[in-house]
Design a protein around this ligand. Structure first.
Ligand code: SAH
Length: 254
């Protein structure tokens, strides 16, 4: 048996948002490696070993996965959303780059998934219809000054900005500081969208203006989308949530 390592995106929530290719790779795996909650979500099955680990040990987890694959096992490394977006793909390739030369001959694949920003955008309408960017607000792996600088420049470029990892117990003030920067650059009537647990039973979507949004409304299961200056709402009847549109073209609607 030759080893294989597949880095799999499980999508943002339920089984409907996992690709058939990802499901197949999971079915074929003898070993599943990943952050506890993702691994726990998978059913137990004979012949498949689950290796759950803490969120902060991505490089150790990656080396472990590569070692198992080198021993001939079929390993699935799982991530929520897409594995290439602030997730395990980069960790595995960093471990590969720094590790045993023999690992480079391994059969390694990445199976994409629906990232939180795409799931959130789909629920809200078309908030990412124009140019946009994505940032992680976490300063665990990069200095906070870098985060602030990138955010400021993205806002000045009038991009819509998706913020991953907006807030956590260990990082309580960063989102509030980010909103201060937004208020310097966007107008109070511009929009900020909070998409929490998209695709899960406890999903919650909130539309706020820059003037009214508060950091306490977000948690670590929330994806924050800062609208561009052109982002607008389309009202719906009967108190239903409006659609959000960032048009592709600048200027008056056609
Ligand atoms: N690889 C993942 C992102 C991992 S970073 C992806 O592509 O989606 C973790 C962050 O992703 C969370 O803090 C949150 O900001 C966002 N996130 C993940 N799942 C989410 C969901 N179902 N709804 C909203 N945001 C989510």
């Amino acid at each position: 048996m030759t080893g294989r390592l597949t880095i799999i995106g499980l999508g943002p929530g339920g089984p409907d948002w996992i690709t058939p290719a990802a499901t197949r790779a999971l079915d074929e795996a003898t070993d599943v490696v990943g952050y506890g909650p993702y691994v726990d979500r998978l059913p137990d099955r004979p012949g498949r070993t689950k290796h759950a680990s803490d969120n902060r040990v991505e490089l150790d987890r990656s080396r472990h996965a590569l070692t198992l694959a080198a021993e001939g096992r079929r390993v699935a490394v799982v991530s929520g959303g897409d594995p290439g977006v602030f997730a395990m793909a980069a960790a595995v390739f960093e471990a590969l780059e720094a590790g045993d030369q023999a690992w480079r001959a391994l059969d390694i694949r990445v199976e994409p998934g629906i990232s939180a920003m795409l799931a959130a955008a789909a629920r809200l309408g078309a908030p990412l219809g124009g140019d946009f960017c994505a940032m992680s607000l976490s300063d665990n792996l990069k200095p906070w000054e870098v985060v602030e600088k990138r955010l400021r420049l993205a806002l000045e470029a009038d991009l819509a900005v998706c913020l991953y990892n907006p807030i956590s117990k260990a990082r309580p003030w960063q989102l509030g500081r980010a909103f201060e920067i937004v208020r310097e650059i966007r107008a109070p009537e511009h929009f900020i969208l909070l998409a929490r647990a998209v695709g899960r039973p406890d999903e919650r979507l909130t539309i706020r203006t820059v003037g009214e949004v508060r950091a306490e409304e977000a948690d670590m299961a929330t994806l924050v989308i800062i609208g561009a200056s052109t982002t607008r709402l389309i009202a719906r009847p009967d108190g239903e949530r409006p659609w959000v549109l960032t048009p592709r073209s600048y200027g008056a609607p056609a």
